[in-house]
Structures are given as structure tokens and as C-alpha cells.
Write a protein that binds this ligand. Structure first.
Ligand code: ATP
Length: 489
């Protein structure tokens, strides 16, 4: 997966198979906004559930909250978002497009702190070749809105661009009511909005997206005793937790790497920031990040609100404001990385085999089945697409397929029995068996259960594994146990 073409294939597959498509498409769409269809939503929810289980349910030191998308404007003034959350942009007079300066030439920008982008001949226009850039302008990507009926300066606030501030302003309340002591974390997952200057690369840079992040509160370095804080230790721990989580979703190790932000490029609140980058079809880009936000946010909110946000140290009998380690993850960027890693295109198709060679059996799911299909990925009828999602992420875990419609009643009884254990399963009786296998491969279903004529006699069904295409003949009464073994995670 290393070129733009593959992204186009993924975008087209995502729409064709009902995973992800442009928002309000019948009206021409809305730039940088996407909707998730049934399979896309199922995949997204599976990722979110795993995240919540891993970082909230399975831990004693992290509690979850849900704060509102709209917050008092003073929150954004204190956090520095209103004043400092700005992107610098330029317009190219040749192609009439606007670009974020830091994205025009990342390599060039990292060499110089304040590149003279207007004049520099080393910097190329992202649309190719020569440029004629305007003077850089500052742009705040927060969406403005009004609360109440009167639209004036006083009623103005923003759609949140991150979920973190909801955890900072609720820090004291949550710590006290959940009876937690530092070190502990608050986790939150939810919609965030950024009016990005340039949206491209599908789900990578969108204007409405979900962030899953943790604010982990730790002992700060002590200014009076000179004692080191816990922040550096916990930073390393959370960075590792984050990387392990990404790898646990099936993303290949060779497709991720860490990027340490140089000291001079750190955000105003950060002591250290490390991104985990993914090798997207359009290059290595930030998938997730981990930042040591120090005591910046709590101190700012304490000062602006006048409300104490400190903790008490029983040992030293001193009050202190904790440092905060923030691992953060964009769900859409993660989803795109998972799809890129799982996506396989097989130009000449794959050949299924089956022990039963009777007419219409799964064995004939080869060339004879490669008849035109309106949902076929291309004019090339032998081309197959397989999504190798881990079973825990797959939108559909099991598909039950009667070999022919005549067997639907008996196959449905098998389906109903499985449905009582797994919600995310499908029954599919339309089209040839080979075509149905291909359809399930394309949405990443790990197991297909086929009920054929022999099943009526021997009370067995065939279970086909998506990746190996190996087929096991299993007694129907043993089927649930067999599948539990394969689908326990
Ligand atoms: P970038 O430099 O790419 O704009 P960022 O450093 O501003 O990203 P953060 O503020 O750290 O991003 O946001 C937390 C996470 O949210 C990122 O690690 C990323 O996964 C995700 N994210 C940020 N902006 C977007 C966006 N426009 N579309 C999708 N995901 C995003």
C-alpha cells in the first residue's frame, strides 16, 4: 500500500460496500465530512468498544466521562485555543488553492523555524511545480456558533476542537466523586470539529471526527525539593500502551514508527510530544500522539475560573497541581490505517475448494461464479478484494449461506441458533455461492457457514475461513463451540 492509487481503490471500495461515503451526497456533499454506513459504523464501534475496554474497563486507575461538545467560551480562552490554536495558511495564486504552511513542505519546514515561504524556491506547490504564494495568514480552525436566540459576541462559543478541555474543567469534580488519587486518568471519546484549511486524503483530515483520549494526572517535578516528578516515567508507559493498542488491532509493525517532536517545535503547553506515525498510501503521517502537557491546562483554568484545581500531598502536606500525560487518538485516522493494512486486491481471484463436488457446491465457487455483478469492484471479473480484519474488528463475524434457496429454511434454523449468541452475523441466500463468498470477503467476514444438500443427511455444515480459504466440516450441534473457539477475544 504505497501510492495514491491505492487510496482511490479504498475510497471506491468503502462507498461500494457501504462503509463510508460523502455526507449529504445527494446535494453534492460537504467538503471534509463523511457518513458511515452499516458496515463502517460496525467497524468504528468495534474499535471504540475495544479502546474503552482496554483503557477504562480493564483498568482501576482510569475513569470515563462524557462532557458536552459546547462549552463556555471562557474554557477556550483559558486553554489558549482562542488565541493560539491557529494554523498559518497561504494561497497559491497559480492553482488558487489554500494550504497549511506546515504541510507544504514538512522537510523544508523542519529545517527552518520560520521559512520564508513566499520567496523560497525550494518549496514546491503541493499541486505540483511552481508556486506564487500569498503572504501567510493566521487562521483559527474552530467552528463558531451561538448559544441562545441572540447572535452576538456575548452568545458566541465554539464546537470543541478536542475533548481534552472537558476533562480538565471537570478534573476536581471527577477526582472527588470517583475517589481517585494521583496518579489516575480521565478518559473520553467523542466528536470534535476543526475547520481544516485543506481536507484531503479521505478520512485522514476531516472536519468532523472522533477523538479518544486520556488525561493522566501525575506527580509533577517539585520546584522546592528539586525531586523529579512521575511525568517522564508515565509518558513512556502511555506511549507504549498506545503503540501496543495499535498493533493489537492488526496493524503491521513495519507500518508504524515514532516521531519525536523537536524541542523548538513543541506546542506552547508541551514538555515532550511523540507521534505514532502510520505509513498511509500518501506517506508517513501522524496516526496518534502522546504529549506531556505539564500543569499548563489546570493552572490556566485555575487562574481564569478562580476555582482551586490542586491536589494535596499527604506526605509533604503540600498542595500541588498535577502534570498531565495525554495520549490521544483520532478514531477516523485509526480506522483508515486498519483498512489500509487489511485491504488486499487479488487480480486473478482466489480459488475455493470443497470436499463435496456436487452440482452448485462451494467447490464450483471458482470461475463459473465469476459472472458480472453490479457490485463487482471493476470490469475485471477475476479481480477480488479481501479485507483481512481481525475477527474482533470485523463488522460481520459469521455469514450463513444456504447452498441453494431450496435449503434456506434449514439454513435459517442454523442462523437463528447462532444469532442468539452473536448479533453481528448475516444470512445471505442470493446469488451463486462463489459470489456470496466474494461478497463476504470484501466486507471482511472471517467465517462463512454453508448449508448444503449433504447437511440434510449428515447434520454437518462447512465452515470456510476467509484468509486460508480452508473449509472444515463441522457437526451442527458442535458449531457454536467451534465458532466460540475462533471468535473468543
Ligand atoms: P495534525 O498536525 O495532523 O493536524 P494535530 O497534531 O493537530 O494533527 P491533535 O491536536 O494532536 O492533532 O489531535 C489528536 C488526534 O486527532 C490526532 O492524533 C489525530 O489522530 C486526530 N486528528 C486531528 N485532526 C484531525 C482531522 N482533521 N481529521 C481526522 N483526525 C484528526
Amino acid at each position: 500500500m504505497s501510492n495514491e492509487k491505492n487510496l482511490e481503490k479504498i475510497v471506491s471500495w468503502a462507498k461500494r460496500r457501504g462503509f463510508i461515503f460523502p455526507d449529504s451526497e445527494i446535494y453534492g456533499g460537504l467538503s471534509g465530512i463523511y457518513d458511515f454506513g452499516p458496515y463502517g459504523l460496525a467497524l468504528k464501534n468495534n474499535i471504540k468498544k475495544l479502546w474503552w475496554k482496554t483503557f477504562v474497563e480493564d483498568r482501576d486507575d482510569v475513569v470515563g466521562i462524557e462532557s458536552a461538545i459546547l462549552m463556555n467560551r471562557k474554557v477556550w480562552q483559558a486553554s489558549g485555543h482562542e488565541g493560539n490554536f491557529v494554523d498559518e495558511m497561504v494561497e497559491c495564486r497559480k492553482c488558487h488553492q489554500r494550504f497549511r504552511i506546515d504541510e507544504i513542505s514538512q522537510e523544508e519546514n523542519s529545517k527552518t523555524q520560520n521559512p520564508n515561504i513566499k520567496q523560497s524556491s525550494n518549496i514546491k506547490c503541493p499541486n505540483g511545480g511552481e508556486h506564487e504564494f500569498t503572504e501567510p495568514k493566521k487562521f483559527n480552525p474552530m467552528f463558531k456558533t451561538h448559544v441562545g436566540v441572540i447572535e452576538d459576541e456575548k452568545s458566541m462559543t465554539y464546537l470543541r476542537p478536542e475533548t481534552a478541555q472537558g476533562m480538565f474543567v471537570n478534573f476536581k469534580q471527577v477526582m472527588e466523586t470517583s475517589r481517585k488519587k494521583v496518579p489516575f486518568g480521565i478518559a473520553q471519546m467523542g466528536k470534535s470539529f476543526r475547520n481544516e484549511i485543506n481536507t484531503k486524503d479521505f478520512l485522514f483530515r476531516v472536519r468532523e471526527f472522533e477523538i479518544a483520549e486520556i488525561e493522566y494526572f501525575v506527580k509533577p517535578p517539585s520546584t522546592s525539593s528539586g525531586q523529579a516528578g512521575d511525568d517522564e516515567k508515565f509518558f513512556d508507559e502511555w506511549l507504549k500502551n498506545w503503540e501496543d493498542f495499535v498493533l493489537g488491532l492488526g496493524i503491521k509493525k513495519e507500518n508504524i514508527k515514532q516521531y519525536e517532536h523537536p524541542k523548538e517545535g513543541l506546542s506552547h503547553y508541551s514538555k515532550r510530544t511523540v507521534d505514532i506515525q502510520y505509513n498511509y498510501p500518501f506517506g508517513w503521517k501522524e496516526l496518534t500522539g502522546c504529549a506531556n502537557r505539564t500543569d499548563f491546562d489546570l493552572k490556566s483554568h485555575q487562574k481564569s475560573s478562580g476555582k482551586g484545581l490542586s491536589c494535596f500531598d499527604e506526605q509533604s502536606k503540600e498542595k500541588y497541581i498535577p502534570y498531565v500525560i495525554e495520549p490521544t487518538m483520532g478514531i477516523e485516522r485509526l480506522m483508515l490505517a486498519i483498512i489500509c493494512d487489511a485491504f488486499e486486491e487479488v487480480p486473478d481471484g482466489r480459488q475455493d475448494s470443497h470436499p463435496e463436488q456436487s452440482e452448485g457446491s462451494p467447490a464450483n465457487a471458482g470461475l463459473a461464479d465469476k459472472l458480472p455483478d453490479s457490485s463487482s469492484p471493476s470490469q475485471n471479473d477475476t479481480l477480488e478484494i479481501v479485507l483481512h480484519f481481525l475477527p474482533k474488528l470485523a463488522p460481520v463475524k459469521i455469514a450463513v449461506l444456504p447452498l441453494v434457496k431450496k435449503l434456506s429454511k434449514d439454513a435459517r434454523a442454523v442462523y437463528d441458533d447462532l444469532k442468539s449468541c452473536w448479533g453481528d452475523i448475516e444470512f445471505d441466500e442470493s446469488g451463486s455461492i462463489g459470489r456470496r463468498y466474494r461478497r463476504q470477503d470484501e466486507i471482511g467476514t472471517p467465517f462463512c457457514v454453508t448449508f448444503d444438500f449433504d447437511s440434510l443427511e449428515d447434520k454437518k455444515v462447512t465452515v470456510r475461513d476467509r484468509d486460508s480459504m480452508k473449509q472444515d466440516r463441522i457437526e451442527i450441534k458442535e458449531l457454536k463451540n467451534y465458532l466460540f473457539g475462533k471468535l473468543s477475544f
